[in-house]
Write a protein that binds this ligand. Structure first.
Ligand code: TXA
Ligand code: MG
Length: 355
């Protein structure tokens, strides 16, 4: 299949309506289009079409029990897709949409099980990207879209990443440049008594609690131990897969900054001596401290969006450099750091060394 590749914005930052109309037409025909959002690129198809959803799973090589997020261009488009839009969920939409928050509600009959991975609930999101919103609006359908990567690879943060993974497998890639946030949306389940975060993201637990009162994390998110992780099944089916993974063995080193630097340098020497190619993921402040040829800084640690923005591209870069072992500093905080560490720990397959 030929994949059409077009820019979503013109040079003056205006929408490239020719390209966006073409993308919308593909969606109407139940074909697949990769498009930019503020989090990561999505691989879109008509969410009401069983066939389009099946094609999405096939193009990504994704297990079909892993449900898709349905993207809308306005709140009113949610009503036909859900059993009931409760007051709290509506408040969330009004406050955080368009934006990086996915809300889970009970689905209506028109949403096929092919889209929800067999579940009676549906995940809903309005992305904060003008080209994406215009495309969805023109297509006149809700758009099911997982991240536009091959299953198991880091999510794409630029159109070139989508191209690497999906060229020849989908109808179109709408190139909107680099995304802002760089890691996937926060997912909150609003179907139970207590709102539950199933995936941490840019919208934090604190912000959600301010509006909703008590909010909890799905217990599977708090696990840092591989054996425990095998036993507790996360409520978001996608969170159970080894996601976001680089080809290299990725090991996180956590603790006092000086000790972390010392330990990473020790590991670099040890593995280089064994003949392996090593890499280090760190922050601006520490990047000159490593005795390794492949050091990539995610940015200034105080600026968490820079860190999240650079994370997946960095993991892909280490793949390109054919690195065998990556040693990483950690980036925990109460804000975006929670989501950054959730992705890093999964990418590392729970390999964490405390120093
Ligand atoms: O930022 C994002 O959310 C991006 C952009 C493209 O919008 N999308 C994204 O989709 O990350 P994906 O498919 O890579 O991740 C969707 C996650 C999976 O972990 C899936 O299991 C979960 O959402 N999910 C979807 N529907 C669900 C449902 N009804 N119940 C529980 N989890 C659900
Ligand atoms: Mg994904």
């Amino acid at each position: 299949m030929e994949t059409v590749f077009e820019k979503a914005y013109l040079e003056n930052d205006e929408l490239n309506m020719d390209a966006i109309s073409k993308a919308a037409a593909f969606l109407e025909e139940e074909k697949l289009v990769a498009f930019p959002t503020e989090t990561v690129y999505g691989l879109g198809g008509n969410a009401l079409s069983k066939d389009a959803s099946k094609h999405i799973y096939a193009a990504k090589g994704r297990p079909s029990d892993n449900p898709l997020i349905v993207h809308v261009a306005d709140i009113k488009s949610v009503y036909p897709l859900v059993k009931e839009l409760n007051e709290k969920a509506k408040m969330l939409m009004e406050k955080f949409w368009p934006g990086p928050l996915t809300i889970i509600l009970n689905k209506s009959d028109i949403v096929p099980y092919e889209t929800t991975g067999g579940l009676d609930t549906v995940a809903l999101r309005m992305p904060d990207n003008k080209a994406a919103l215009k495309m969805i609006e023109l297509s006149e359908v809700p758009v099911a879209a997982p991240s536009a990567n091959t299953s198991g690879k880091p999510s794409p943060t630029k159109a070139e990443h989508v191209y690497e993974d999906l060229d020849g497998k989908i109808s179109m890639i709408l190139d909107g440049g680099e995304v802002g946030i760089g890691i996937e949306s926060t997912i909150i389940d609003m179907t139970g008594d207590i709102p539950t975060i199933l995936r941490p993201g840019y919208v934090t637990k604190n912000e959600l609690s301010k509006l909703l009162g008590e909010v909890k994390y799905d217990e599977a998110l708090l696990i840092r131990d591989k054996e425990k992780a095998k036993k507790i099944v996360p409520k978001a089916p996608g969170m159970k897969y080894r996601h976001y993974a680089p080809k290299a063995d990725f090991i996180l080193i956590e603790g006092d900054e000086e000790k972390v630097i010392e330990k990473i340098n020790e590991l670099v020497t040890e593995y280089e001596n064994k003949g392996y190619k090593t890499g280090v993921i760190c922050q601006d402040k520490t990047k000159d401290r490593y005795k390794c040829e492949n050091v990539i800084s995610l940015g200034n640690k105080e600026n968490e969006v820079t860190i999240s923005h650079n994370l997946y591209a960095t993991l892909r870069e280490f793949d390109k450099r054919e690195t065998d072992y990556i040693f990483g500093e950690t980036f925990m905080s109460d804000n975006l750091g929670t989501a950054i560490m959730n992705r890093m720990i999964k990418a590392a397959g729970y390999q964490i060394i405390d120093v």
